[in-house]
Each structure stands twice: as C-alpha cells, then as structure tokens.
Design a protein around this ligand. Structure first.
Ligand SMILES: [Zn+2]
Length: 443
C-alpha cells in the first residue's frame, strides 16, 4: 500500500495510515478498560483498523508480514470518551457564537484527538445543521456526536453566548413538535436543562420535560438532563430520564435517590468536576506547568489558566464547601455502583477552552472524589462509550476499533500519568501529534 497516498486520503493528522497490513504491539502493560487486572508484558494485534487478538507477549500468532511495535516499559489504555462538551464557541481566548464554523469544530476535534479522546458529545448547543454535517464527515479526527439543540424554557437554557442554541418551549404540543423536528436530524441524545440558575431563569416545567422524554422515547432517543438540585433529579427519574449531565450539587444525595437509581441500573451520570476545579484544587495544580498544557495552549492562555488558580481569585469558603459536597456526592454514587461516565463541560461557560486537557484532568478529579484509578479509567472509557452507544470504542478487545493511548508511566499508580502520553492511535493509525503541535504553534 502506498502509505503517503493513504495518509492524504485519511487526513494529514495520521502519521501511520490505518493500514490493512497487520501490526503486532508487544511488551506494554495493557489496561483493557473493563476494570480487570492489567496484562503485564502484553501483546495485541491490530488489523484492518481493529483489534483482532489480545494476550501475553510470545503467546499470539502474528499473521505473516505483520509489522512489530515494541512498547516495552509503556502502558496502553483504551481511548477516552468525553460525554459532555460544548464545541464551536471557544477559539483561543474568544467565546462567541461567531466562532461556530466548520473549521473551528474540526480543529477542536483535533485537540481532543491529540489527548487521546476518541469521541465527544456536544451537549445540546449545536447550531443549525452544521453539527450534523460535521458528524458525518469522516475527516474529523475524533468522533463527533451531537445532541443538536437542547430544550429549556425560552431564553433559559445554556449560558450566554450559547443560550440561543436551545429550543425554548412553553407548551407540551410545541415541545413534542420540536422534539420531532430534532429527531428528523438523528441526534445522538437529547439534552434538557432543568435548572433555575440560582433563581435567575425559569426552570423547565415538569409537564414539559415529561412531554419531551415521552416523545423522545417514542422515537427511541434517550434524554440527558442538566440538573443542579436533588429534588429535580428525583422527579426526572420518575419521568423516565436516561441520564444526567451533572451530579446533584445543592444538597448531599440521600437514600431515596440511591434507591431510585438502584431500580434503574442503566441511568448514568457524567460528573463535570472540571467545572469546579478552582474550588477543588485550592491552588495551582501541577498540570498547568506540564508539557501537554504548552502543546495545546498559547503562553497567554497558560497565564490566564494559572491566574484562575491564584490567591486573588481564590474560592470563597462557600464555594469550597459546595465543591466538597459535589465530590462527596460523586463518591457516594460510585460506592453505590451507579454508572459513572466522563464529562467535562469543556467549551462551556465554566469549562473554558481547554479541549482535551480537561478530559485528562477530569480523571484526576474523579480519583479525588474517591474512585480508584482503575474505576476512573472505566468511567472514561467503557462507561462513556456505552453512554454514547459507541460499541466500537471503550475497551481493548477483539473486534473493537483500535483507538488507544500509549503512556510513559502507569496510571494505576498515579492517575496523572494519563497526561504523560507517548503516542495516540486512532482507528489503528498513529496520530501525527508533532504535526498538530506545529500547526497550533504557527497560530
Ligand atoms: Zn454543559
């Protein structure tokens, strides 16, 4: 196969085109992504962009002519999935609906791919038909899923400048009609906002979210709710919601909620701890000065990020208390065995423009909430892929798409080692991360 030509066909971002010829990767510690013990000194074979065999070094029978890649001393984990992001509005330091262009969406997907995030869900702030067009465009480096336009009361959904992206509904008939309009574009999920934003906007009425959930389910589409309050989480569960875009933040979760969740094992939460990073860290975290931040961000952006953790902008005792309660709630859901995925809200009001970096840091925050590193990795891989219905991602297993990260150190020892990325493979091909760095440095 002419590798140069193949590289052009699949996109400039692939160093090794996703070759049809088989490749044997051997010697790495392999974390499969299902919570099982890692395979030390592993071997796995990738052929036609997919994993075909997984086992121990020396035990697999490589097909004739297989290329060999020595990963001795490295750790392999499945590619990550971020199930709550907002694409298109952020571009460097700028945050505006004017940035919502095809080029900006594609560049943002490259940033996720650079960090080993193989898929993201745009959580209800898509604009027009563009997200659906980009989703079906095979050129994007990370898979792009979209909830299109989400639902709220008029002018009461996502934060400005994303606010006008949502459907504003006031009657059940209108809500159902808008759901049908959205479903004709085949959204991957439907997003609703059920939050009065500390009394500043009108919260989506229960009769309206019941109509939305009912209409969505009649069309076999699931509904994910933005919430803050415990009581809203409970009523949404009674209404049949499929999952939550955040964790309860107003109170400690109680036994009643846990009992309701036990009845419905498929219900998921993505935690978006990243949004509370200043209050959780209480000081500048180590990753602000790591090379991966410099790879992704301009000097000016790093200064802004460091400043956001500085004493002058230190969180108040109340904010710290809220963050501690959120961590407690996540820990409690985890202990109860509730399905947790990874989501960051990157690109939104609290998420900032830290695409990809935030997904990696969220793993560290999940560990702060009480998950083991192995549990955090399962949340970010297998669980998030399942939440988004991406059967080809989530674990390193025969038949799955060969999307994985090669790390320089073991994340089970220190989850921060997920940021020490040696290489990223997308659909069996190695991502040309150096080319992406060059491209971004030239801006
Ligand atoms: Zn969001």
């Amino acid at each position: 196969m002419n590798s140069l030509r193949a590289a052009v066909v699949v996109g400039v971002w692939l160093l090794q085109p996703s070759a049809a010829s088989p490749t044997l990767f051997e010697g790495a510690r392999l974390i499969v992504g299902d919570g099982s013990a890692p395979i030390d000194n592993s071997a796995f074979i990738v052929e036609h962009n997919r994993f075909t065999q997984i086992g121990r070094k020396g035990r697999l029978k490589a097909p004739a002519g297989a290329r060999r890649v020595d990963l001795t001393g490295k750790t392999v984990i499945p590619a990550l999935v971020d199930a709550h992001v907002h694409l298109g509005y952020r571009k460097g330091m700028s945050f505006s609906a004017e940035n919502y262009t095809r080029d900006n969406l594609l560049e943002t997907l490259d940033r996720f791919a650079y960090c080993g995030v193989a898929a993201v869900l745009e959580a209800g702030t898509g604009r027009g038909d563009l997200p659906f067009q980009v989703r079906s465009d095979a050129r994007s480096s990370a898979r792009y899923l979209t909830a299109g336009s989400g639902f709220a009361m008029p002018n009461a959904g996502p934060g400005v400048p994303m606010r006008d992206a949502a459907f504003g509904v006031t009657t059940e008939a209108q809500a159902r009609e808008n759901v049908r309009t959205l479903i004709s574009k085949r959204p991957d999920l439907i997003k609703i906002w059920v939050d009065d934003r500390n009394g500043t906007v009108e919260k989506l009425k229960p009769a309206l979210y019941r109509a939305i959930i009912d209409e969505a389910h009649a069309n076999h589409v699931r509904v994910m709710a933005h919430i803050a309050a415990l009581d809203d989480a409970k009523d949404l569960l009674r209404a049949g919601v499929d999952g939550f875009a955040h964790v309860v933040r107003d109170r400690d979760i109680d036994d009643e909620l846990l009992a309701m969740l036990k009845e419905r094992a498929a219900v998921f939460f993505v935690e978006t701890l990243w949004g509370e990073r200043q209050a959780i860290y209480q000081g500048k975290p180590a990753w602000v000065d790591e090379s991966i931040a410099r790879d992704l961000l301009s000097t000016q952006e790093i200064v802004q990020l460091a400043d956001s953790f500085a004493t002058a902008s230190a969180p108040t005792p109340a904010q710290r208390g809220n963050a501690q309660r959120l961590l407690r709630n996540v820990g409690r859901l985890n202990t109860a065995g509730v399905k947790l995925g990874l989501g960051t809200d990157t690109g939104g009001v609290t998420g900032g423009q830290y695409f990809g970096l935030a997904s990696l840091v969220e793993l560290e925050l999940l560990v702060r909430a009480g998950l083991t590193p192995a549990q955090a990795l399962v949340a970010a891989t297998r669980n998030s892929a399942a939440i988004l219905g991406l059967e080809e991602l989530g674990t390193v297993a025969a038949g799955k798409s060969a999307d994985f990260l090669v790390l320089d150190a073991n994340p089970l020892v220190d989850i921060g080692n997920t940021r020490r990325i040696s290489s990223v493979y997308s659909r069996g091909g190695e991502l040309n991360r150096a080319a992406l760095r060059t491209q971004w440095a030239g801006r």
